[in-house]
Design a protein around this ligand. Structure first.
Ligand SMILES: C[S@@+](CC[C@H](N)C(=O)[O-])C[C@H]1O[C@@H](n2cnc3c(N)ncnc32)[C@H](O)[C@@H]1O
Length: 358
């Protein structure tokens, strides 16, 4: 009998990368399974070969460890041809067989078909939640998140994820509004990157008022804007022009220099980099900054080629880790294919030893 699948949400077009990564995680834990990844669907189904492996997999999966997935859960049931005049009753029947959940997310995929279900999911969420509460299927002490993922208006998958290891946001998407005065829309990539990849505690450390930052490849200044908003004094490196309003804040110094050779006189608190360059070149540059302890925190994009994107990301991160280990430096890293990322992933590295003077 086929095991119940694990469901991983990803950006449409990245199903094979997400599947390759999930497969690598399973293999690293000596677990055997297989993926079903249909192009442009925005999700991957992953099947374990036996129940005990599936339980082990459920216990070890954590969203922070999966670069190409935005959300995940273990599907316990799939309902098709649901009666359109009462979709709640069959869902309640399934949920009464499951462990109790603390909350429920009614979700849809980020594909064209999925997005068409967005209004329905929003409307359906409140009556479903009320019904689940009435039946005591949602409880304050619940350890799990209940997921109801609609694939069509009469077809859904129902399952659970551990609260601390999945996203509290529907579909794992952190929706952000572009600030009116930001110089570019790519400002949202860094905003999301900071919120998703850097813990609150580390954000406090990185973005203390008066701290310093460097933005490599900064023009017109969408990323610099985020650093200035968070209280940093920023050196912006780019031959291109910076946004005038941003420069008028007097929190930015613009250096028209080559970002591959420029270095600060003193270590800085935060380095960001959004250059459209070969990922291995960016990875080597980031390794150089961290290895030389020129920054405490580094957040950067790796622009991805069209094929074998998971392998490329793994190689680039591996390269940085290897160089930091050779230099005897203790570090933390996390990476994610964010909602606002397109053909790129955002990576965060932090040196654990204090390197900055302030
Ligand atoms: C994608 S844009 C950065 C957008 C910016 N993050 C924003 O939000 O407005 C990349 C920038 O990198 C700059 N760039 C590319 N190679 C560079 C280099 N070697 N030195 C300095 N800047 C470089 C380009 O001039 C371009 O402005």
């Amino acid at each position: 009998m086929q095991q119940a699948p694990f469901i991983f949400f990803c950006r449409p077009g990245f199903e094979s990368d997400c599947a390759a990564e999930v497969q690598a995680i399973a293999t690293a834990h000596d677990l055997a399974g297989y993926a079903n990844a249909q192009p442009e669907t925005g999700y991957v189904r992953y099947y374990m070969f036996d129940q005990s492996s599936a339980e082990e997999f459920f216990g070890l999966l954590d969203l922070v460890d999966i670069i190409f997935a935005r959300q995940w859960f273990w599907a316990k049931a799939e309902l098709e041809d649901m009666p359109l005049d009462d979709r709640i009753s069959p869902i309640i029947d399934i949920c009464s067989e499951l462990s109790s959940a603390k909350n429920v997310l009614v979700e849809h995929l980020d594909s064209g078909d999925g997005r068409e279900l967005s209004k329905f999911c929003k409307k359906f969420s409140t009556p479903l939640t009320i019904s689940l509460e009435k039946q005591n299927l949602i409880q304050e002490e619940g350890e799990f998140r209940l997921h109801v993922l609609f694939l069509a208006n009469d077809h859904c998958l129902i399952g659970l994820s551990p609260l601390e290891c999945s996203s509290p946001h529907k579909g794992g998407i952190l929706r952000l509004k572009a600030p009116k005065d930001a110089p570019s829309r790519s400002t949202l990539k860094l905003d999301e990157g900071i919120q998703v990849l850097i813990s609150r505690k580390q954000q406090k450390d990185a973005f203390r008022l008066g701290n310093t930052g460097v933005d490599l490849g900064a023009a017109p200044g969408g990323w610099t804007y985020q650093l200035v908003e968070r209280g940093l004094q920023v050196s912006a490196i780019d031959n291109g022009p910076m946004d005038k309003k941003l420069m008028a804040t007097e929190h930015v110094e613009h250096f028209k220099e080559n970002a591959f050779t420029w270095l600060p006189k003193k270590p800085v608190n935060v380095l960001v980099c959004d250059m459209v360059e070969k990922p291995s070149l960016v990875a080597n540059l980031m390794a150089e900054w961290l290895e030389g302890s020129h920054t405490q925190h580094a957040i950067f994009n790796l622009k991805l080629p069209m094929k074998k994107r998971f392998q490329e990301v793994a190689d680039c991160i591996g390269l940085i880790c290897e160089r930091l280990e050779d230099a005897d430096l203790d570090y933390f890293w996390q990476a994610k294919h964010l909602y606002h990322d397109r053909e790129e992933v955002t990576v965060y590295f932090r040196l654990k030893t204090r390197v900055t003077p302030n």
